[in-house]
Design a protein around this ligand. Structure first.
Ligand code: MG
Length: 379
């Protein structure tokens, strides 16, 4: 379990705890939040615990029982290869997740249950050759993956990703300029981490999911649509060439796609089943004038191999600045547009180390350009 302290990590550990006879936890990683995994160590008894933050690792050395191999930041990628698992769940937050995905796919025979969408947004071209060992955990991609079971790729006409619309669905640009981080963090349906919650308010989450679907399912982005679906029960749909459409539905709870990825190709019992008939379901087109994120993702895919990584880096930095009150809500879009116009977004790196260097230089340049202190008024 990589990224064990995050929202996906915690829900995965909960599932493992509920079904101890079916799964053995080989190892887990955390960055700084050791307290979040502490209760699971005695119960799930992993072979190794990796701590990717150097200071937290030093502190943990005296605390972790000798029965668990403690792995520091230097050896993290290595332990994924020397102590492989049948399934690696990648729930690491942000672009840091790519390298872990690469280690699992390139150096082991294991399956990757992928919740870290940045793995594909950053390094899709390097991970795509291993796509038959990736089981998506992102709910939309899990839905499409499930709809495609037993179908031929040539039979697919379009993929439709559903989006909740976020807390500001239906609002216009002028109304968005004074949004505070507090308002943006109140997602109507899903409980998630803070970056992904802001990303769903800007629709950047859906934009990154277009890029993710492009790599996972090897389909041109023009064949990937987005529909607003406020009930969050239909997680995505596939339109086939004969005019039939398949959808996957489940309650809006990440345990369902996690459980599917752990169980695949089986379907294992999960006690929370549907009660009663479905409520009325609504679908709407996206207001792409107010929310330009989807257009930016398509532009990035058309523009260059480095552009999606640069767009993602810009989003990580802009969202952090918004959460700290250093920029306004609409400024996030300004900096995303700006990012795609930069020279770093027009490159074709040969290796992922080269892309990482480009992305790192870009991050520094953007960070230096953003206001360093809390800005006085909205806008
Ligand atoms: Mg999703």
């Amino acid at each position: 379990m990589l990224g064990a302290s995050g929202s996906i990590g915690q829900q995965t550990l909960n599932l493992l705890q509920a079904f101890p006879e079916r799964y053995e936890l080989v190892g887990l990683s955390v960055h700084t939040q050791l307290d979040k995994v502490w209760p699971y160590l005695s119960q799930l008894r992993p072979k190794w615990l990796a701590i990717t933050d150097a200071a937290t690792y030093q502190r943990a050395r005296a605390l972790v029982p000798p029965s668990i191999q403690l792995v520091g930041p230097e050896e993290f990628y290595e332990v994924l290869v020397t102590h492989p698992a049948d399934i690696a769940v990648n729930g690491i937050v942000g672009a840091a997740g790519f390298r872990a995905s690469w280690q699992v796919l390139h150096y082991t025979q294991g399956r990757l249950a992928l919740a870290n969408k940045e793995s594909l947004v950053f390094g899709g071209q390097w991970l795509a050759p291993y796509r038959n060992r990736i089981i998506p955990v992102d709910s939309e991609h899990s839905a499409i993956f499930q709809c495609l079971q037993g179908e031929k790729k040539e039979a697919v006409a379009r993929l439709v990703l559903t989006a909740s619309g976020g807390p500001f669905h239906g609002r216009k640009r002028a109304e968005l300029s004074r949004i505070t981080p507090h308002e943006a963090l109140r997602h109507p349906v899903w409980r998630m981490g803070s970056r992904i919650t802001i990303d769903s308010a800007t629709l950047m989450n859906k934009a990154l999911e277009i890029i993710e679907a492009y790599w996972l399912f090897a389909i041109p982005h023009r064949q990937i649509e987005v529909w607003i679906h406020p009930e969050c029960l239909v997680h995505s749909l596939v339109l086939f060439k004969d005019g039939s459409m398949k959808a996957q539905l489940s309650p809006p709870d990440m345990r369902f796609p996690i459980w599917y990825a752990l169980s695949y190709p089986e379907r294992q019992v999960l006690p929370d089943l549907w009660q009663g008939p479905l409520p009325t379901l609504h679908f709407e087109a996206v207001d792409e004038i107010t929310f330009p994120s989807l257009r930016l993702a398509r532009q990035a895919l058309d523009q260059s191999p480095s552009a999606p990584a640069v767009l993602n880096a810009a989003d990580e930095i802009a969202v952090a600045a918004f959460l700290e009150g250093r920029i306004g809500f609409l400024d996030i879009f300004y900096w995303l547009e700006w990012a795609l116009a930069q020279p770093e977004a027009y490159l074709a790196p040969a290796t992922f180390s080269e892309l990482a260097a480009i992305e790192q230089a870009f991050r520094q340049r953007l960070t230096a350009k953003l206001p360093q202190s809390i800005h006085a008024s909205g806008g």
